[in-house]
Design a protein around this ligand. Sequence first.
Ligand code: GAR
Length: 182
Amino acid sequence: MKKIAVLFSGKGTNFAYLAEHLHHKDLEIAVALTNNPEAEGIAIAKAHGIPLEIIDPKAYESREAYDAAVVERLHLYTPELTVLAGFMRILTPVFTEQIRAINLHPSLLPRHKGLHAIEKSFEDNFDEGGVSVHWVTSELDGGKMIVQKRIPKAGHDLQSYTEAVKRIEKEALSEAILALLK
Ligand code: GAR
């Protein structure tokens, strides 16, 4: 079975979706890794018996040193693909040149890179927002596109639009992973 790594920083709802729907069916989540010792997603790894690595940036002097530690841990699990599912760190070439990774972002990139992408998408002048899954490079939310899914904004308030994003990003992420692991 093909192995992936999943990196997250917070709630981990996308990680949870992958653990519930794909793990031990279409693929194996060989490791989950977080930068945040308080992340809610930690409980998901425990619930599914997925090996967990908590690597706290506080213990490292530079972004490069941190990324080197992450790369070293990831290599131990030999994932074919690494999935950034809400991993909220800017990555250096130490990571991007060694790890084949994809990232999920809650906007139709290249619109609204960075934080608050859902709110910014909802408030912009386009009729549609959406979600993107793209290859990771050292440019924040840059890299070649793999999957985009559009969400018409008509009839939504911010809350219902956010819920639609949260639902559709799980579809987009699963679709991208399964296509890449074929
Ligand atoms: C998701 O909405 C994901 O698209 C976003 O973080 C959230 C993580 O949610 N990622 C980015 O903004 C990356 N730039 P989760 O922890 O519940 O999966």
